[in-house]
Design a protein around this ligand. Structure first.
Ligand code: ATP
Ligand code: MG
Length: 466
């Protein structure tokens, strides 16, 4: 972990400032492939193409339902024979070692999740999006690419989907045409099948990153500035409540996870998610995951149920992966009643929009509260909103950090402390800009001092680039 980023303790006797010096910022690199990565990527793609070709041939030749129980040695022999034939047919020569690697990969494909296996194993792929059996996109370095991966037919794709969902005790068919599931490695899966999927099954996989990006890595990617990191360290360390807002796939969960590294090890954290994605590094973490209703429509445990339960678990901090519905009201109440330092994310396109979304969620939770009272709750509960966004060039950036300062009449008042100023777009499509301080001094600057967090004197100076 980046050593400078450690949590401060609550105000006590005099304490040495945690942040004393400003070492030079780490070198920045946009999250794209380096030159040496590119050669690697090309080699991997070539191998992938070869695997896909042979796999296609295997699908035509093997009895798919019989191979589930086939002993591995037998399967290996069979696959080796078909592969030799295919390689001869297409005139490709591979050495013994490559051949072994290829066979191993093909076994995984046949016994695992079929044509998706190479994509699941490819660490540069972050999302896999299957649009019917004939088309599959992946996301690499923030950009979508069409792959050559195809399923033999709709039945083949359905078989893979069934394999995924039955492993977590669920079912997907005409009567229950969508399902959320998780792969063994933690990747998040959503499947939608006909009739709701009009042209054929749609499968979306958000790959689980074994090592989610921490503050260091995100700084290296220039996802935010060092000044913003210092500010957010102070915000989280002094137990302000934070809402991370962003569009789909904009990096909300990643940001939440990275921010959680500022929480001290002395605190008890409880996390609540629909699909457990957060990977907190602290010692004292209780993880909870909601449960959808079973096939008979019973046994649902919602995030809201878990949140209410969490309040009886003596948490120091509550972290909700993403608020989507009624749980938002309980979250606001928890934030307002002593569970300071709680954090969550919301799907919204701006901090102002995030407030509107919360208002909607509260009104849909079936609570009859005047709008002004709802807004007052929001204004009292949430201190800081962090807006993340995926820009046109595929980079994910923290585009704004705003504070809620209270109510002005009927409106929740906010002030922007940092923002990403877009300057232009380079010829290669890269978005060029700077992270700047807006010149507004944080409303919590005194609080930071009281808690012993020393920030650079001119952190909030107008136009300061971090
Ligand atoms: N700053 C970043 N630079 C590069 N990649 C990033 C960055 N932030 C997130 N990612 C990657 O982008 C993908 C989406 O991130 P994440 O899951 O955090 O988004 P999300 O907003 O929570 O998505 P969803 O709306 O689906 O929940 C992940 O694969 C993640 O590793
Ligand atoms: Mg998320």
């Amino acid at each position: 972990m980046f050593k400078r980023y450690r949590s401060p303790e609550p105000p006590r006797a005099k304490q040495a400032p945690l942040i004393q010096t400003q070492p030079s910022p780490p070198p920045r690199r946009a999250p794209g492939p380096s030159a040496e990565d590119q050669g690697d990527v090309r080699r991997r793609r070539r191998l992938l193409d070869l695997r896909v070709t042979i796999h296609q041939r295997l699908l035509e030749s093997l009895n798919l339902s019989a191979i589930e129980d086939a002993p591995e040695a037998e399967l290996r022999q069979e696959i080796a024979a078909i592969s030799r034939e295919t390689l001869a047919d297409i005139g490709v020569v591979v050495n013994a070692q490559e051949f072994e690697t290829l066979i191993g990969a093909l076994i995984d494909e046949v016994t695992g999740l079929g044509p998706l296996e190479p994509l699941l194993k490819d660490p540069t792929v972050t999302d896999i999006l299957v649009n019917t059996h004939s088309q599959c996109f992946v996301e690499r370095y923030g950009k979508l690419e069409l792959t050559e991966v195809q399923f033999k037919d709709e039945r083949h794709l359905m078989r893979v989907i069934d394999k995924i969902v039955s492993a977590v005790g669920r079912r997907v068919d005409e009567s229950q045409p969508w399902v959320d599931a998780r792969l063994k490695d933690g990747s998040r899966v959503n499947a939608l099948v006909p009739p709701c999927a009009v042209d054929g099954p749609l499968l979306s996989i958000r790959k689980f990153s074994k090592q989610p990006y921490g503050i260091d890595k995100l700084l290296e990617f220039d996802a935010f500035s060092e000044d913003m990191a210092l500010f957010l360290q102070a915000v989280v360390g002094t137990r302000l409540n934070v809402l991370v807002s962003g569009g789909t796939g904009s990096g909300k969960t990643t940001t939440l996870n990275a921010l959680s590294s500022f929480i001290s090890n002395a605190e008890r954290i409880v996390t609540i998610e629909d699909t457990a994605e957060l990977q907190l590094q602290q010692v004292h973490v209780g993880r909870m995951e909601s449960r959808p209703p079973n096939i008979e429509g019973k046994g649902e445990v919602s995030q809201r149920d878990l949140l209410r339960n969490a309040l009886r678990m003596r948490p120091d901090r509550i972290i909700v992966g993403e608020v989507r519905g009624g749980e938002v009201l309980d979250m606001l109440q928890a934030m307002n009643t002593g569970h300071d330092g709680s954090m969550t994310t919301i799907h919204a396109n701006s901090p102002r929009d995030a407030i509107g979304r919360i208002e909607n969620m509260v009104s849909m939770a079936g609570v009859d509260m005047p709008m002004k009272a709802v807004r007052a709750q929001i204004a009292a509960a949430i201190h800081v909103i962090v807006q993340v966004s995926r820009l046109a060039d595929g980079t994910r950036r923290m585009v704004s950090i705003q504070e809620i300062t209270g109510m002005e009449g009927d409106v929740v008042a906010m002030q922007e402390i940092f923002r990403f100023d877009r300057r232009t777009v380079a010829e290669d499509g890269r978005v060029i800009g700077d992270y700047v301080a807006t010149g507004i001094r944080s409303a919590y600057a005194d609080r930071f001092l009281q808690w012993g967090v020393a920030l650079p004197q001119d952190l909030f100076a107008p136009g300061r680039r971090g």
